[in-house]
Design a protein around this ligand. Structure first.
Ligand code: ZN
Length: 145
């Protein structure tokens, strides 16, 4: 843990403009943590952000805690589900093409399957097989017959 912090002190923080972890000068303190800081590199002033974007202090704490306990237990189901959410983000499931073995799909296509639900084609296996990621995991289906 970094600190103690003091005004005009230097702290390593995320600079959203430089997109790097860089040294910042502390301008205000909120309790024991820096409030506003400015980037020593681009001089932009912003709120103190000690972590990379997408990484919250809670994530870091959880990782540190798990690190003390030993290697993190893999949760393949969860990983797949979040990967699915990531793939579906920005895609319109109402535009999904109905799955048929006769249809031809390309990686990135949104496909609606009567049993598996809406999935995203992730990889062409060969001319007649395509891997599609559904909410419950990836499946290889026939296409282009
Ligand atoms: Zn900067």
């Amino acid at each position: 843990m970094a600190g103690p912090f003091k005004i005009a002190g230097t702290v390593e923080a995320w600079c959203g403009r430089c997109k790097l972890m860089l040294h910042h000068t502390i301008e205000t303190l909120e309790g024991n943590v820096p409030g506003r800081v400015h980037c020593n590199t681009c001089k932009s002033q912003h709120a103190y952000k000690p972590y990379l974007p997408g990484e919250s202090p809670r994530d870091v704490k959880r990782r540190e805690r798990d690190g003390e306990r030993g290697p993190r237990t893999a949760q393949p189901g969860k990983a797949k589900a979040s990967h699915y959410d990531e793939l579906m983000r920005g895609r319109d499931s109402s535009l999904a093409q109905p799955y048929s073995p006769k249809a031809r799909f390309a990686a990135g296509d949104v496909v609606r399957h009567p049993t598996f639900g809406v999935g995203v084609a992730t990889a062409l296996k060969d001319a007649t097989k395509i891997e599609i990621l559904f909410p419950d995991g990836p499946r290889v289906l026939i296409h282009g017959r």
